[in-house]
Structure formats: C-alpha cells, structure tokens
Design a protein around this ligand. Structure first.
Ligand SMILES: *Cc1c(COP(=O)(O)O)cnc(C)c1O
Length: 389
C-alpha cells in the first residue's frame, strides 16, 4: 500500500460528501427522506466509507445493485435500510431476510420466486415494487394497454405471502436532459407513476410507506417528483451538470505523479501508433497512469492534466500503465510532482465530455489498483487498496 501511494491515487473528501448531503437535504426540504445510491462501490468512491458517513449523518436509505454489494455494507457495520435495485437469485432470499435487506420486485415471475422462497425460509422479505413508466428496463410494464395487467400484477405481488411491500418506485430515462421533448417525457413518466400508485392503493385499500422516483436530474430540477424520498447518486458525489449550480463539491480527486522527464528532439514520435510527433525540442513527463487505472484510451492526445504550475497537454496514445504529458511550457514541474487528473481543479464533467462519455463512467472506471485515501476534517482517516496482498 505505501509503495503504491506516490504513484496514482484517489483522494476521497468525506467533508465534501457531508457538505453535499446537507446541501441536498436543504434543497429537497426536511419532509423528504433521503436515499443515497451507493452502487458500483459508490460510483468508485468506496461504498463502505461513503455509507458510514451517510449513516452517521442520518440518511434514511441506501441503494446498491446486487446482494453482494448489500452484504459488503452489512459486513462493515452498515445497519440502515438497504435496497437492492437489480436482480437477486432466489437462492439468496434467505440471506436478504436474515440481514434485513430490501429487494426490488420487478415482475410477476420474480414476485412469485421471492414469495415462495420467503415462505420456505419462514421469514418475510421487505420489497419495493418497481414500475416501468418508460425507462424500458426493469419493472412492471404499465404504459398504455399494459396499465390494467401492470396494476393487477402489482396488487397480486403485494398480497403474496412472505412479502412485505414497503415501497413503490420508478426510474426516469431523461430527467437530466433539458430539451422540451425530454421534459415532456419525464412529465409523462411522472403522471403514469402517479396513476399507477392511485390505482394500486385504491384496489388494495392501503398505501405504500415509501413512494420514490427522483434520481439526480429529478432531484435537481423536478420538486414534484420528490414524494416521500429522493434517490440521487451522482449529485452526492458532486459531479454532473447540476452539481455546481447547487453548490455541491467534487468528492473524488484523482492524482498521479511525474515518474520521469525526458527531453526529445524535434520530429520524435511518441508512444504506440506514433500519434504524436514533437514539433520542436520537447520536455515530456511520463505518468504512471494508464487505461488499466481507468484513463479512457479514447482520450489519447485530446486532454490536459493539471500540474501545480498549470495544465499540461497529454501527448500520444495512452498506454495500459502510463501516459505522457508535455512539460515544455512548464519548466518548473519536476520528477515527483503531483498531477491532478480530475477533481477539485479539473472538472470530471469536462474530461468526460472530451471523451464522449459521462462523469459516472470516469469515477466508476478508477480501477482496483488505485488506492482510495479518505479525508475528514482535512486529515487522512483511512486508506483502501482493492488488490489482494
Ligand atoms: C443508479 C440509479 C439511481 C441514481 O442515479 P443518478 O443519476 O446517479 O442519480 C437511481 N435510481 C436507480 C433505479 C438507479 O439505477
């Protein structure tokens, strides 16, 4: 671990996370509960550390994508409610019941499986019903001519033995896009969700405890979607188009160091594929940061990274374990100096846009060999490396 530290690492600012949480809570109002999405190792930030902070600050719920992710939290002292958004095999129902993990129920076949298995275990599985209002991924299909079968399917699931239907939710496809047609689509999804809720609750004669649908885009700009609980991920980490406007701070800063500096004559080609040729005498730094660490190869020769003295253009193909930056105009930069890839000074949004992707993908891509260093009150409080040694 120590050996990897002066190479490439991700600083995780837990104070920024706390700030974002408080800011978002103030934004949505005290009456609205808060579910923090911590799937995919909290978008690469470290699910256990992030969840500990959210639990301590009084968040109401967490969401992950699989039972393994949920169990990681349970094994590390997270006792607050956890919702699994994705599929769980029926063999794991007993485990979910034992560890008070909530499961999304997305169709009749899953409801039947979960119910049978819960009855067999002699326990009760808490579930949230997922409604497909237009994302066309998981959930009871309820649009148009499917309304009646969808509503009846949901009512049937709620009545199945061994299942306790605590919540109902849906997911938006374009709540983070600001075109008119996207707004119309989101409003349509919300209307349908409200209609499904009304029909199901009327038929059952009972209301769900938790109704939720607001992801990042909806939490930022659609107060009418808040219902009982908001469900943002990206906003918590201070990334994306809405973060700055809401006063949120980036939680992750990815850093590397200059390992070597060499000076090349004019006309020297650099790296695989000879993508870049020096136009003059060029002072080039080698960074121990490549696509195996999470640097999109498609960004080759397109971006700049931040030194203490200014931005240095990245040159040539990004390799598996290394890449090169041009230090010709930054003579003060020396071997051993820190270079920021994204975070507090270089926005992850900008780097993602350059690479034709979204900030989610860049923070998730930070690989297991990049140690996470956690900071609180400006001081290091933990380190984590996902390599096994
Ligand atoms: C990932 C996910 C979220 C969070 O999305 P953000 O855009 O990061 O806010 C919310 N709900 C579901 C069902 C998800 O899969």
């Amino acid at each position: 671990m120590e050996s990897t530290l002066r190479r490439t690492w991700a600083e995780i600012d837990l104070d920024a996370l706390a700030h974002n949480y408080h800011t978002l809570r103030a934004h949505v109002g005290a009456a609205v509960k808060f579910l923090g999405v911590v799937k995919a190792d909290a978008y690469g930030h470290g699910a256990v550390e992030v969840s500990r902070v959210l639990q301590e600050l009084g968040a109401d719920y967490l969401a992950v994508s699989s039972v393994d992710e949920a169990m990681e939290l349970r094994k590390n002292g997270i006792t607050m409610p956890v919702l699994i958004l994705g599929h769980t095999p029926r063999e794991q129902v007993g485990l979910m019941i034992e560890h008070h993990i909530t499961q999304a129920v997305t169709c009749r076949a899953k409801a039947v499986e979960y119910s049978e298995e819960a009855v067999r275990c002699g326990g009760e599985l808490t579930v949230h019903i997922k409604v497909d209002t237009g994302m066309s991924r998981l959930g009871y299909l309820c649009a148009g001519r499917h309304f009646e079968t969808g509503v009846q399917g949901i009512c049937d699931a709620c009545a199945m033995p061994g299942l306790r239907a605590e919540g109902i939710f849906t997911h938006f496809a374009v709540a983070d896009e600001e075109t008119h047609s996207s707004d119309v689509y989101t409003a349509g999804q919300l209307d349908l969700f409200n209609e499904v809720i009304r029909a199901v609750e009327e038929r059952r004669g009972e209301a769900f405890t938790l109704h939720h649908c607001a992801n990042t885009g909806a939490t930022a700009g659609w107060p009418e979607t808040y219902m009982d609980m908001v469900r943002p991920g990206l906003l918590l980490y201070g990334c994306g188009d809405y973060a700055e406007g809401l006063g949120l701070q980036p939680v992750m800063t990815l850093k590397t160091t200059v390992s070597t500096i060499k000076v090349y004559d004019e006309g020297t080609s650099v790296s695989y594929g000879r993508l870049y040729t020096t136009p003059c005498t060029t002072r080039m730094g080698v960074l121990p940061y490549g696509y195996a660490d999470g640097f999109q190869r498609s960004l080759s020769d397109k971006c700049a990274l931040m030194t203490d003295y200014g931005a240095a253009p990245q040159r040539g193909r990004i390799c598996m374990d290394m890449c090169m930056i041009d230090l010709t105009d930054l003579p003060q930069v020396d071997v051993g100096d820190e270079v920021e890839i994204f975070g507090k000074r270089l926005s992850v949004n900008d780097l993602a846009a350059l690479g034709g992707t979204i900030p989610y993908e860049l923070t998730c891509a930070v690989s297991k060999r990049v140690p996470r260093i956690y900071y609180r009150n400006g001081e290091e409080v933990g380190r984590e490396l996902l390599l096994r040694f």
